[in-house]
Design a protein around this ligand. Structure first.
Ligand code: PLP
Length: 390
């Protein structure tokens, strides 16, 4: 079998490798707790499920326009007005299969072979692979836990060249949970504007930000400079709708048209009844998110105390549902890096975690706290025993 060279360069997903190993151990009868999860442990709100059922019962089961039904595109534009006071119209929105497809569409539409894309690390696993698929070059910009793993204008400037075309920003971050403030985002945006670097702002966790921190967004920057920035959003994380595949971009009309071309020749529209449900989600009550946040804050706080109690350095995140401690001081001869340590923890403690190497920082390991409190406590106690021997 001859597979394209383009694909040969793509690394297999480390997350999938952890899950495969966990499955193997489960098949052997071992009890495994997964803290490798990337989705809330809450169900999709009832009124949204009911809206999907009504759409199905009403026969709304056919193809829709490729970029989404007009009322959903309008609802996406309205979302940025409702939460952030940014003005946009439905023509600036495209609906795709999750934030993931939108990101891929954006990179396909923006990047020529050889163009450089700045990717601050730790990064979400798929960014470098997506850049590679477009035949662009992912330029990794390292950050440090002392700065909450946030990138500064000085860091970016160090990595900018004449070929730099795009910067991918992600706040709140997967894997660190850390968030930029509005002032930090604005400063980076001004730098990008001055240097003709297009920003893709991945804001899929935007509503999962914990007080006193406040959600920050580039949607208002987008409103003023639509040719220099696109906003990526999704209902997956903030509204517990990972399986519905509901994401979007807010972008310049020409960029939306380019993405419609890509999507029209690949996947066409997102499932019709998911779109009807998404309108209800976007325009209805978001109280459920406030309730969910209470649980996430409680878990973040005790998980953070346990992890730092091991003597690990770990920025206290203001958003999403991950902690990303630096654990390299616990690495050993038989577990010398984050992947080997995750395998050891899986085998000895029965806890699945994702190695930092998957996110571009091999010193760290990602812990998701999107699980029940007691399960989380139990898992952390077991991991602590492997790491510290106590
Ligand atoms: N961006 C980030 C930072 C993510 O963590 C994820 C999912 O894990 C996505 C995008 C893609 O989300 P979706 O499930 O909507 O495709």
């Amino acid at each position: 079998m001859r597979i394209s060279e383009r694909l040969a360069r793509i690394k297999p997903s480390a997350t999938l490798a952890v899950n495969a190993k966990a499955q193997e151990l489960r098949a052997q009868g071992k009890e495994i707790i997964s803290l490798a999860v990337g989705q809330p442990d809450f169900g999709t709100p009832k009124h949204v499920v009911e809206a999907a059922k009504a759409a199905l019962n009403g026969g709304f089961t056919r193809y829709t326009p490729v970029p989404g039904i007009p009322e959903l595109r309008d609802a996406v534009a309205g979302y940025y007005g409702r939460f952030y006071g940014a003005k946009a119209t439905g023509d600036n929105a495209i609906i795709s299969n999750g934030g993931k497809q939108v990101l891929y569409n954006l990179l396909m539409a923006l990047v020529n072979p050889g163009d450089e894309v700045l990717v601050p690390a730790p990064y979400w696993v798929s960014y470098p692979a997506m850049v590679q698929l477009t035949e662009g070059v992912a330029v990794i910009v390292p950050t440090n836990p002392e700065n909450n793993f946030l990138v500064s204008v000085a860091d970016l400037e160090k990595h900018r060249t004449a070929k730099t075309r795009v910067l991918i920003l992600n706040s709140p971050s997967n894997p660190t949970g850390c968030c930029y403030t509005q002032a930090q985002l604005d400063e980076i945006a001004e730098w990008a504007l001055a240097n003709d670097v297009f920003i893709i702002s991945d804001e899929v966790y935007d509503r999962l930000v914990y007080a006193p921190a406040e959600p920050a967004t580039l949607s208002r920057f987008y409103e003023v400079h639509p040719g220099h920035c696109a906003i990526v959003g999704a209902l997956s994380k903030s509204f517990c709708m990972t399986g519905w595949r509901m994401g979007w971009a807010l972008a310049h009309e020409d960029l939306v048209k380019a993405m419609i071309k890509i999507q029209g020749q690949s996947t066409s529209n997102v499932s019709s009844f998911s779109q009807k449900a998404a309108v209800v989600a976007l325009e209805g009550s978001w109280d459920i998110v406030e309730e969910m946040k209470v649980s996430f804050v409680r878990r973040r706080d005790f998980a953070y105390d346990i992890i730092t109690g091991w003597g690990a350095v770990c920025p206290k995140p203001d958003g999403a549902f991950y902690l990303f401690p630096v654990l390299d001081k616990f690495f050993t001869k038989d577990a010398p890096d984050s992947a080997a340590m995750c395998t050891k923890i899986l085998e000895e403690a029965g806890v699945a975690l994702v190695p930092g190497s998957a996110f571009g920082d091999d010193r760290c390991i990602r812990f998701s706290y999107a699980v029940d409190d007691e399960v989380l406590r139990d898992a952390l106690t077991r991991v602590g025993r492997v790491l510290t021997g106590k």
